[in-house]
Design a binder for this molecule. Structure first.
Ligand code: SF4
Ligand code: SF4
Length: 469
């Protein structure tokens, strides 16, 4: 096989300059399905910072103030362990998903692909026309038509980039704050306006100029494909057995019996190459540049229909499927990986939903030993910190010893309130008769009550003299 295609990439010319890709406008069932998926994802992206659940923004990642909302649940820095576990699960998920299903995510869900192919590129087709018209326009001198079309396109691109920046800002600082900044007037908040404009410029640069280079050069996930994919992974693949036949591919000629001549079903029409947004020829095999966008599947299926051959010369398949001429089946390996992925997702969702609304920490005051009081009473002093992660105040809060007979005395007040999304902290004494202690370092179980309701339990170590035991 001619491997020369590996020596260069389609987006760099022989002189080392950027070779601009003018992909043909895709059409077909896969493209239509991707459009609907993209509408859903775009609506979600724009709605998630606007929707509120119990007064909380549905999704918010305020890294500056370390406040996060996931599905309307507020998360605190104290929930950092959940974040770390989600990251670990996320990495395992991505690795397993890619081994089994290839780059399906890139083609169907990646924000870069969605914005590039389903927003910016469609606007470009609308203003500049399809591949041929765009190529002609690019070659044209800067006459009135070209200036008008380009200025119009770039202005819309800039406005959309600005909108995307605002949406991302709403995810970070919250929609309420963003609206407040807008009503105050942007000049009052230059510290936010300047980063906003910088991000607008970055988005504009990516979607107006850098484009497919993000997937080919910059995206770390794309770079990992070489180690994650194997010959059983499902990818967008050209069926070279069928396409090449025994005598290779050949241009289509009416009334020619290709089968008798040994030619494969590929008629070398280059439509799959012309439609490819990364400019590659999928017939060379799986390549790092392929984002599995399915545009070439639709295009080749249309050609196959025209020449009266079965569809699927380019299709979702593994290299093994193609070599064995087998159809796609849900193999035990895919079932196994899918089961593991489902379990991981379940664990993560369970962890998010089963998280405590109130976090209680009771720690012995550093450097303090115990105090011996009248009547064989041993006293230890502690600091407590209660974090209310909900949107409602928790009132009438008190502590009770659950594991031992004894008393808990909160300094300054008995029953207190933990404000919504806030914390309460202070000092408390625990007193236990030495006769009720098992050793010199008993583990205490302490209940946190709101009125008569037990809302959380926690533990603390209780020190006592050895000779009391
Ligand atoms: S679109 Fe199909 S027939 Fe045409 S060159 Fe590509 S693989 Fe061959
Ligand atoms: S080879 Fe096909 S699936 Fe891959 S990026 Fe190009 S058009 Fe999309």
């Amino acid at each position: 096989m001619d491997e020369r295609f590996r020596d260069s990439i389609a987006t760099i010319s022989e002189e080392g300059k950027r070779a601009w890709i003018f992909p043909k406008k895709p059409s077909g069932p896969y493209y239509n399905a991707r459009k609907w998926v993209s509408y859903g994802l775009l609506i979600f992206l724009f709605a998630a910072p606007i929707i509120k659940v119990n007064g909380n923004q549905f999704l918010m990642f305020n890294v500056l103030e370390r406040r996060f909302n996931i599905f309307g649940f507020p998360f605190w820095p104290q929930d950092f362990h959940l974040f770390v576990i989600s990251m670990i699960i996320g990495v395992i998920f991505i690795a397993l998903f890619t081994v089994a299903y290839g780059r399906i995510f890139c083609g169907w869900m990646c924000p870069q692909t969605i914005f590039m192919e389903m927003v910016f590129r469609r606007i470009e087709y609308w203003i500049e026309g399809d591949r041929g018209a765009q190529m002609r326009l690019a070659k044209m001198p800067w006459n009135a038509v070209k200036i008008r079309k380009r200025v119009f396109k770039w202005s819309i691109f800039f406005l959309i980039s600005f909108l995307i920046s605002n949406i991302f800002l709403a995810y970070i600082i919250s929609t309420d704050k963003l609206l407040m900044y807008i009503t105050d007037g942007p000049a009052q908040h230059l510290g936010t306006l300047i980063p906003l404009l910088i991000f607008t410029a970055v988005f504009y640069f990516v979607f107006a100029w850098f484009r497919e280079q993000v997937c080919i050069i910059a995206c770390p996930y794309g770079r990992l494909q070489g180690v994650l994919l194997d010959n059983k992974s499902i990818v967008v693949a050209y069926d070279h057995k069928r396409g090449e036949g025994s005598a290779g591919r050949k241009k289509f000629r009416k009334n020619e019996d290709r089968d008798a001549l040994g030619h494969g079903d590929c008629i070398d029409c280059f439509q799959c190459v012309h439609v490819c947004p990364t400019g590659i020829d999928i017939r060379n095999g799986t390549q790092l540049e392929c984002v599995n966008c399915t545009a070439c599947i639709d295009e080749c299926d249309t050609i196959m229909e025209k020449i009266d051959k079965p569809k699927g010369l380019i299709r979702y398949a593994s290299e093994e499927n193609i070599l064995k001429k087998a159809k796609f089946t849900f193999s035990p390996r895919l079932k196994g990986y899918t089961a593991v992925l489902t379990i991981l997702t379940g664990v993560l969702v369970g962890m998010l939903f089963l998280r405590n609304d109130l976090e209680a920490n009771i720690l012995r005051l550093p450097g303090q030993l115990y105090e011996r009081k009248e009547g064989n009473i041993i006293s230890n002093v502690y600091t407590y910190k209660l974090i209310n992660k909900t949107n409602e105040d928790i009132d009438d809060v008190s502590f009770k010893l659950l594991s031992h007979n004894g008393t808990i005395e909160v300094v300054t007040h008995e029953n207190f309130l933990v404000p919504a999304q806030n914390l309460a902290e202070g000092t408390l004494f625990i007193e236990i008769n030495n006769a009720g202690l098992d050793g010199d370092k008993d583990q205490l179980k302490i209940g946190v009550y709101s009125g008569e309701n037990l809302i959380e339990t926690t533990t603390a170590r209780f020190l006592a003299p050895r000779n009391y035991n």
